[in-house]
Design a binder for this molecule. Structure first.
Ligand code: XMP
Length: 510
């Protein structure tokens, strides 16, 4: 099964390059990001039906500006330049780019004299972010639109379109239509990348990759990605060859192990459960430092998977739920950022275990994973649950962990989530949870003095977890949850709500 319609996006360092890929896929056109200086031969091998040059933080005159010869790209496929991509095209094709007197940043309007496609109003609201402007367009190009400042905002030649604004961001009206017109009209591609196609394509990929005598070990976490990976692998290879391991590490939420186990059984996965609560708690005894907690949890997971590897002698693959954003992080011009938290705590797994990796979701975005999850019949309860960190409640009981504190937190968290679901807030929130603070405070309950612990509630909105804002509850809701927690959970006499965005805070408290 071949993907027929593909667009390559050359990343010149914009913060929103990923969005271009997501938007194209929404249109049903498969697209991948490449570094701006990707080898021509590698690009050819991808067989792009169109090429997009992304925006970027540079001026084309910067010493370190990313520059490449564009004619071979134009010879290969129709090209769309966005922002920096437009300026580079103009400069390389003989036009003139200059530093602007006034930087155009944020919301702007463009006035079209000729449209790139139907249905666009003459005046269009767009998002811009650029210091340089096009002073003179190259020969063979026609001017289609200008910005409020009177600078060229859209130009076109036979095989090249270029826009100064960002059609991929939601602040730009009709942006999607411009990408669609480029992909479907200029490039003549077909819109075929949809739920059904993706699921069938992935199943076939798995069957081609894993030889008939080989088996796969698959770690389950209760989250969307690992559930979709396990279900896909099982569907492609049959349950006898896909050994799914679900570990109770004692750091899961209330009833989570049993509930998720039930769902896995319904999905007919070949499930092996491991009760390792005591082992994890022993390893975490007296450990206060969050990174040390993560390391110990990661190492113990590895130990357990190594043991489970003996489930079958023909296990040669490890299934992992790596997604496309993890893959392109290493492609990006921006390079890797400082480690704030070591999130990928099972990273060393395959090397140590001498297994090959199979990552069926590595070309997909999260929303696509959810869509195939639906196609595969995975319950919405799993597909739409909030993200949950690998080290679980270990990073939500602050400081040293005890079973008693974990149980207290489980009760409080359960009440919070229950109320969120009942009130309808749950779906509007990206992630919500309770954490247990290592402080005690004085309270009064009935006629007596209490000296209890504090629960902090956190609820945030976010697109990807990289930045986040706290969620605004009506005060009645917070009052109700606070009362429920202090009434129902022993040892808790104080509830606070976290009103910090990310940055400066992170989402988890540890
Ligand atoms: P932070 O706290 O860094 O969290 O703002 C961003 C997202 O990542 C999750 N998170 C983790 N996930 N292992 C994981 O698998 C971890 O060690 C870990 N720490 C944080 C967090 O829940 C949020 O969704």
């Amino acid at each position: 099964m071949e993907i027929q319609s593909k667009i390559a996006i050359l990343d010149f360092g914009s913060q929103v390059s990923q969005l271009i890929a997501r938007r194209l896929r929404e249109i049903g056109v498969y697209s991948e990001l490449f570094p701006f200086d990707v080898d021509l031969a590698e690009l050819k091998e991808f067989h792009p039906g169109g090429i997009i040059l992304s925006g970027g933080p540079f001026s084309v005159y910067d010493k370190e500006a990313p520059i490449r010869d564009l004619q071979p790209l134009i010879d290969m496929a129709p090209v769309l330049g966005i922002c920096y991509g437009m300026q580079l095209l103009v400069k390389e094709l003989g036009g003139v780019v200059e530093a602007a007197e006034n930087r155009e940043y944020g919301l702007n309007k463009v006035l079209w004299s000729q449209a790139l496609h139907d249905d666009v109003p003459k005046e269009q609201k767009v998002w811009m972010s650029h210091g340089d402007v096009v002073k003179q367009i190259p020969e063979d190009f026609e001017l289609l639109a200008v910005s409020q400042g009177g600078h060229p905002a859209a130009i076109r030649s036979k095989r090249v379109w270029a826009v100064q604004f960002h059609p991929e961001v939601s602040h730009t009206d009709h942006g999607l239509e411009i990408l669609k017109a480029f992909a479907l009209d200029l490039c003549q591609l077909k819109s075929s990348w949809n739920q059904k196609f993706i699921a069938n394509y992935l199943l076939e990929e798995i069957q081609n990759k894993v030889a008939p005598n080989e088996h796969v070990l698959c770690a389950l976490s209760g989250g969307v990605d690992s559930t979709v990976v396990a279900t896909l692998l099982t569907k492609a290879l049959g349950p006898e060859r896909v050994h799914c391991v679900f570990v109770n590490n004692g750091l899961l939420r209330k009833n989570e192990f049993e509930e998720v186990k039930g769902i896995y059984q319904e999905l007919k996965l070949n499930l092996h459960t491991v009760d390792a609560e005591a082992r994890f708690l022993e390893k975490l005894k007296d450990i206060e430092d969050p990174e040390e907690k993560r390391k110990r949890i990661g190492r113990l997971f590895i130990e357990i998977f190594e043991e489970e590897c003996h489930l079958h002698k023909d296990i040669t693959y490890l299934g992992q739920g790596t997604l496309y954003p993890d893959v392109i992080e290493s492609v990006s011009l921006r390079g890797s950022s400082v480690t704030i938290k070591s999130h990928h705590n099972v990273g060393g797994l395959p090397e140590k275990m001498n297994l090959k990796l199979i990552e069926p979701l590595r070309e997909l975005f999260k929303d696509e994973v959810r869509e195939i999850g639906e196609e595969l019949g995975i319950p919405r309860e799993i597909l739409w649950r909030h993200p949950f960190p690998g080290p679980g409640l270990a990073v939500r009981v602050l400081g040293a962990i005890t079973k008693e504190d974990l149980d207290t937190l489980r009760e409080a968290d359960h009440i919070f989530i229950r109320e969120l679901k009942e009130s309808g807030h749950y779906r509007k929130i990206w992630q919500a949870f309770a954490a247990l603070l290592p402080v005690r405070s004085v309270g009064v309950q009935g006629d007596g003095r209490t000296y209890g612990k504090t629960i902090v509630l956190r609820a945030i909105t976010s697109k990807d977890g990289m930045t986040a804002d706290w969620y605004e509850f009506p005060s009645d809701f917070l009052r109700h949850v606070s009362n429920a927690i202090t009434n129902e959970v022993k040892n808790i006499n104080r509830v606070v709500y976290d009103v910090t965005s990310k940055p400066p805070a992170t989402i988890e408290w540890e």
